[in-house]
Design a protein around this ligand. Structure first.
Ligand SMILES: [Zn+2]
Length: 289
């Protein structure tokens, strides 16, 4: 099952790129088409060549690669984008591109970051350094789930008075970013909360309560566990094919329609429903309304 890159995948890619790129200078950029989901920025090659990478950060599912120039480099993997780090051929001139290799970035130390994206829903842009909060794709985004500042009281504020089903609300990027379809189902299962519950009911009348606190904690845990699983694949990424960010997962409800609920004492069966056009998997027996 090949899955969309979700926050844990993007975080794994971030860590992989960070390990290779930080402190390295870009010596060549080759764009093999005019753009991905949007056209590439003007003079992208010229603006990147000579720049040294200072840091590789993440905001929601966007990678923000800090350059020591007037620009920072923004990357979104879209639905099928991935980076391969190639370091045995030395230069772009010797590299034989695969189908859908759209962007090649060569570094002075000889490795090449190759961006491949079959469906081309990915994004690459350059923006004024440090000013991602003004970028049209980022300015509207809500809180990061893994920051300590995102807690039950923040969630309560964003859910209070909302009649939307909790699963749908968790995919709203203004409520919280990057939880994604899979981890929303998984976290709700772990918190024993039905995906159909009205959002406002989770927070109750006085804001935080046991359920909202548990939900926040399970969202953080399920994302951290997935990131750790991705991190463990990073250690030997060179021995695979240098491809960053896609790794095997084990889910408790996602993709398990018709299977017995994994909760020991539960006789329920995992069901699939569609909410907001997306599949939700849950156990109607142990996830309470
Ligand atoms: Zn169950």
């Amino acid at each position: 099952m090949k899955l969309l890159p979700e926050l844990p995948e993007v975080e794994t890619v971030r860590a992989g790129l960070e390990a290779q790129m930080v402190g390295q200078r870009i010596s060549k950029v080759l764009l093999r088409r005019d753009g991905l989901r949007f056209p590439f920025p003007e003079n992208m090659e010229k603006r990147m060549v000579g720049a040294e990478v200072g840091a590789v950060e993440r905001r929601a599912k966007y990678l923000i690669i800090r350059l020591n120039t007037a620009d920072d480099w923004l990357v979104h993997l879209g639905m099928s984008g991935y980076f391969s780090l190639v370091n045995d051929r030395g230069s772009i001139a010797n590299y034989e591109p695969l189908k859908h290799d759209h962007v090649l970035v060569e570094f002075e130390n000889g490795f090449i970051a190759v961006y491949n994206d079959t469906r081309r829903f990915g994004v690459m842009d350059l923006f004024p350094a440090g000013r991602e909060n003004e970028h049209r794709l980022i300015s509207h985004l809500g809180p990061e789930p893994l920051l300590d500042s995102w807690d039950a009281s923040v969630l309560a504020k964003s859910l209070s008075g909302r009649k939307t089903a909790i699963k749908v609300a968790l995919l709203d990027q203004k409520v919280v970013v990057g939880v994604g379809n899979i981890y929303a189902s998984e976290a709700l299962f772990r918190a024993r909360i039905s995906p159909l519950v009205e959002s406002a009911k989770i927070v109750g009348k006085n804001g935080i309560n046991m359920r909202s606190a548990l939900l926040v904690s399970e969202i953080k845990k399920v994302l951290r566990e997935a990131i750790a699983a991705g991190g463990s694949t990073l250690k030997d990424f060179k021995s695979v094919d240098g491809t960053l960010g896609y790794f095997a997962h084990s889910f408790k409800v996602y993709g398990r329609e018709g299977e017995a609920c994994v909760t020991n004492t539960c006789v329920g069966e995992v069901e699939r429903i569609v909410q907001g056009g997306r599949s939700t998997f849950y156990c109607p027996v142990c996830q309470k309304k």
